[in-house]
Design a protein. Structure first.
Length: 102
């Protein structure tokens, strides 16, 4: 009886190959906390009864290690492991800067 020692595919895969992270784009509404930003993500959804397109907004708390995002910036955030009670996202990149605040 021959036994083969093979490693499972999940053990050798990179973290990116195992799990594709959720990516959202939104606007920074607050950057007053320590290394935390609040990002408002706007979605357009059709109303189930009236069939009218409605804007739905939701706030997400994201980790900003270098504190580079400012209010009004458009940013891209990715899902992450839980970092605190409310923080489950981290800043990936800043797409556009808010020039009116400077």
């Amino acid at each position: 009886m021959a036994t083969e020692t093979t490693t499972p595919a999940a053990a050798t895969a990179t973290p990116e190959a195992r799990h594709e992270r959720h990516i959202l784009t939104g606007r920074v509404t607050s950057a007053k906390m320590e290394k935390t930003i609040v990002v408002e993500v706007l979605r357009l959804v059709q109303h189930p009864k009236y069939r009218r397109v409605v804007r739905i907004s939701k706030k997400f708390y994201a980790h900003d290690e270098k504190r580079e995002a400012k209010p009004g910036d458009t940013v891209r955030i990715v899902s992450a492991r839980p970092l605190s009670k409310l923080k489950r996202w981290r800043l990936k990149e800043i797409l556009t800067r808010n020039t009116s605040a400077e």
